[in-house]
Structures are given as C-alpha cells and as structure tokens.
Design a protein around this ligand. Structure first.
Ligand code: HSE
Length: 341
C-alpha cells in the first residue's frame, strides 16, 4: 500500500517508526505492505516511486530540520503539489492545521479525494469545521475517509461506537475529551500547582496543542465532541454548533472547595441537552472522574444504558497507533468491496 504522508512531527514519525518496526507482523497478520512513497513537512516534500528509507528520512530530518533535504527523489515545496504528483493509494494527513480555516490540511484532504486517494487523518480542525461536507465528499469520490486518531489519542472511542456498538444507537455522549486540561486540573488538585504551572508541565510533556489555549479554552474538546457526534450519533454538526467555554477561570481555591463537597471540577463535553463544553463539577465517585491525561466518555446507549470507555487521550505513540488501526480498517473495507488486490 503506497502512502503519501503530510507532516513529520511526533505523531507522523511515531507512525513511520511503528510500521517500520512491525512490518513483518503487519504483512503476516493483515496482508499489508505499507510503503511511504512521499513525505512533506514545513520545509517541502520529496517523493520516490521506489519508496523512502526510514533511516535516511529520520537522519535528514534531524540534521537539516526538513524531509525535503532527502536526496534521491523528486522534490518540491507544497503539500498540494505533492498530492498532485504522487501515485499513492492513501494520504496520511498529520500536518498542523488551525481552527480558523483548517488549512492547509483541509485543502490536502479535498485534493486527495479529488485524486481518488483514501485519506487517514489525525488532524482535528478540518473535521471540526467541515466534517459533514468531508464525509459527503469522500462518498462522492468513492474513497474511504478515516480519522480515529482525532479523538482519544490511541483509545478507540470512535470505532467502539461504529464497530463494537453496531446496531445499538448512541443517544447521548458526555465525557472528558482533552488530556491537557484534565492533566492540569488533576495537578491542581493533587499537587497544589497553579493552572499556569500545571499547563507549563503539560506542554513540556508534549500533551498540549501548539497553541495551548485550544486545550484549556475548550476548543480541542469541542472539536472532538463534533467528531464523536457526527460519527457515533449520525448528527451533522460542526464546531459552530457547540457552546464553548474552558477552565481558564478555575482557581486552586475552587478546586479545593469542590472537593470538600465530594465533587471535582472537570472540563466536560456533552451532546445534550445542547452540545457544549464547559467546566463542570462532577461527583468524585462518577466513572468520569479520571486523572492525568486520561480521557473518559460515557455513552448513553439505547437498550444498554450507560457504557463508559476510559483510556489515554494524548501522546504521539498512542495517536500513531490509531493511524495504523485506520490502515488495517482501510484494507478491510477495500477487501469487502472487492477492491483489495
Ligand atoms: N492536546 C490534546 C489533548 C492532544 O490534550 O487532549 C490529543 O488530541
């Protein structure tokens, strides 16, 4: 399976490392031989039909700061041109996009659809802003669109609903969807750190977004709520439909006072009664009271009642695992359609 990769940050590098490390297993268990034939970062792109060497790419990136210095392939400046030139079955979009317009990732995804490439992304902004349209577009062009790394890092919240709960409707969703703000609130409670000190730690540990106001301001959680609602509930919403507030106003005093009442403050994303993200007090004994960077989602499922899934919600390796899962899922879907040769 020929893969074009956009972005070579922590997640993409971990993904590349995993498919290199596990290539024999991936071939044996799933019948997939992934080959990175093109790669692009902020410095430009390189592509080669023969495939790009993992060792060489990592070395070049470390020494020069960009994959575009790789020798032995065709080079260029923009991801969009790379998509136009490359012959690959799948685009893995792992660049850094913004919540203003989702670019440049949004254009990359659309162009890949137009070129009849399947797309796997862990990029939240394009989905938060335009998920209903992107789903329609993928359908229109007859390609697969997979995005399990956008929610929950490596924890399969999305496929839990679409695979494990098949036939059972999810009526509502309520949960903790941002690892950074949960880490911050936990450190405030357990170590008496101020919000600023805890956030600085979360940044150093690599959990926070490039712009951490997206974490503590609730936008990241809102993006994930949008993705979950579209995917698990069949809703057609975007981030504009979510009422968003964050944890910026939460002080150490507030955290301590809540605890005296047997409650904890958490950044809660909920689909009902109206879709919203805000700091809420929950009971200490609730299953949603998870610490550190954990994410937890409570699904209200028709016929089953409450089902709670908990797992690590952030991290490069974890998110890279979800891209690999999407690759396997892609192969399954293509096999079902008789399109896997
Ligand atoms: N900044 C995000 C979080 C990363 O803290 O949850 C994972 O999406």
């Amino acid at each position: 399976m020929r893969i074009a990769l956009i972005g070579y940050g922590v997640v993409a590098r971990n993904f590349h490392e995993i498919i290199e490390e596990k290539k024999d297993e991936i071939k044996k268990r799933y019948g997939i031989v992934p080959k990175i034939v093109a790669i692009c970062d902020r410095g430009g792109y390189v592509h080669s039909r023969r495939g790009l060497s993992y060792e060489k790419l990592v070395k070049v990136k470390e020494e020069t700061g960009t994959v575009a210095s790789y020798e032995g392939g065709i080079r260029g400046a923009r991801g969009i041109d790379m998509i136009d030139e490359v012959e690959a079955e799948v685009l893995v979009e792992a660049s850094v996009a913004n919540f203003e317009n989702g670019q440049p990732a949004l254009d990359h995804i659309i162009r890949a659809f137009e070129r009849r490439m399947h797309v796997i992304t862990c990029n939240k902004p394009p989905l938060a802003l335009a998920m209903p349209s992107l789903i329609e577009m993928a359908w229109h062009y007859g390609v697969e669109f997979l995005y399990s790394g956008t929610v929950g890092g490596g924890t399969p919240f999305l496929s839990f609903t679409s695979r494990a709960l098949r036939g059972n409707n999810v009526k509502s969703i309520r949960g903790i969807l941002n690892g950074t703000s949960n880490y911050v609130l936990t450190q405030m409670l357990e170590r008496n750190l101020s919000l600023e000190e805890a956030l600085e730690e979360a940044r150093r540990l690599g959990y926070a977004e490039e712009d951490p106001t997206l974490d503590i301001g609730g936008f990241d959680a809102a993006a994930k709520l949008v993705i979950l609602m579209n995917h698990a509930m069949g809703e057609r919403v975007t981030i504009r439909d979510i009422k968003i507030s964050g944890i910026e106003h939460v002080t150490l005093d507030m955290v301590k006072e809540s605890l005296k009442r047997g409650r904890v403050i958490k950044l809660i994303a909920r689909s009902s009664p109206k879709p919203q993200v805000s700091a809420e007090e929950i009971d200490v004994n609730e299953p949603l009271n998870v610490g550190g960077t954990l994410n937890a989602v409570s699904f209200d499922v028709e016929g089953l009642g409450e089902v709670v899934l908990i797992g690590r919600g952030a991290g490069g390796r974890e998110t890279a695992c979800s891209i690999l899962r999407d690759l396997v899922e892609l192969k399954d879907r293509l096999s079902l359609k008789g399109l896997w040769t």
